[in-house]
Write a protein that binds this ligand. Sequence first.
Ligand code: BTN
Length: 246
Amino acid sequence: MIIGSKLLFFENLPSTNTHATDLLKKIDLPEGTIVYTNYQLAGRGHTRNKWESEDSKNLLISIILFPSFIKPEDQFHISMAISLWICDFLMRYIPDCSIKWPNDIYVNNDKIAGILIESSLTGNRIEFTIAGIGLNINQESFLSNAPNPISLRLLSGHNYDLRDCLNNLGSDLDKRYKQLIAGDSGDIKKEYVSKLYRLNEWHEFRDVCGIYTGRILTVGDFGRIKIEKQSGNISEYSFKETEFIL
Ligand code: BTN
């Protein structure tokens, strides 16, 4: 197993992603090392958002990867594999989930997991990637103004053993990571697209010009999303250039 070759647990941390990055600057760690904690004092989400997670209720983990076999321009392949991995894990417990582009994990219209992937590049090579995942497992009420959080506990009504969940996560990711190493990015992309939230359905989105109705067709190079407008025009957007209206 590559993933989980080393487990580093901390009772609390500012952020597992920040701590994993700091550790890598000081010591050598094997690929697949998992840094995890019960509580983050400054858990980070995308674009300066905070990540809410009640003490000892959820999984807060960062995985250290050295995907030097991926070209920097293909970094989205890592994001797709990680998103599918979280879906593999969740589908051990619930019938289905989807990926809200680019990498929020949803059950119906609610967010159950967030992914923050941070990579360091040297020259034209990925030096390391930290894949941070916040996965809501046993939390029952959420206090922040995040619009639509959900947890496994809220979905099923029962509690889960976090250590068992971590073990399952490790073995699921091992499979996906080996698929990435084997160069299976075509299959990964096909599967990723098939799991996209609101794929092929007409819904409202917002871009710089305002609200429009469109439907997601696929993702293109660099993970840009392709959306067909009602006019028949197809637009491509990078992350943050368009947003879903929920
Ligand atoms: C998002 O949806 O905005 C991404 C959230 C990612 C949260 C996880 S929790 C573990 C890891 N450490 C962090 O500080 N953030 C990620």
